[in-house]
Design a protein around this ligand. Sequence first.
Ligand code: SAM
Length: 259
Amino acid sequence: MASWDPGQYAKFAGPRLRPAADLVARLPDRAYRAGIDLGCGGGQVTALLRSRFPGLALAGIDNSPDMLAVAGKALPDVDFRLGDIGDPGLAAGHDLIVSNAAFHWLADHRKVLSALMAGLPPGGVLAVQMPRNHGAPSHRLLAEVAARPRWASAFSGVAGIRPVDEPADYARLLTAAGASEVDAWATDYVHALPPAPESHPVLEWVKGTALRPYLDVLDEAAAAAFLAAYRAALTEAYPAEADGRVLFPFRRVFFVACR
Ligand SMILES: C[S@@+](CC[C@H](N)C(=O)[O-])C[C@H]1O[C@@H](n2cnc3c(N)ncnc32)[C@H](O)[C@@H]1O
């Protein structure tokens, strides 16, 4: 399990929240009985659900106590609980299940998504966003640097980035699991990241997410050397624009599936 640093993750709060806002905007207007945010992190997406459906009973599940502490402070009326979203039973009794940027961390998210869909009551909705950037230089270079002989043994137990499928694959998967309708799509965002002195903007972004499992197994000196090697690769792949910002294209996959 990767550790999570709410401060590092929040550095890019605006661009990270944009896909969640796009997902929540596509939720059908229904009189839901109870909603749950799986992998709720610091509760930013739960807050979007609260604004969109005032009065709806909401719960949030995450396996990071640090993230949950932030969420609990921001939204004291939400039932935030420590748990593993790999257990679909945790969503039982909820007819609105939402998850932003969390399911790709699971070893087999497809199996869990199918179980969640099959467990929804008629009229229930499962809405999910996952990053699909595993082929982008940011993620490819991370895997390449990590595979160098100097690091390979330290990272032998690190699962790394797990690929996410195309939207049509999820449409098929969820239809087979009982969805009556699936709205599935992908969006390419182009994040214009401000300069990061002494670092690289994409490195700062990835430090809040995909790098965490790698940094967790290194001591301070080894982490500094690994970050320097990864940063050099990123600087070549993502050069600064004339205004100093770095353009970071990022693909995300979405679906809103109704039972
Ligand atoms: C990229 S953050 C997204 C947080 C939040 N959904 C948002 O969009 O702001 C991923 C979150 O998923 C959580 N997470 C990852 N794997 C998990 C698991 N197996 N069970 C519960 N939470 C998990 C992490 O702790 C982290 O808070």
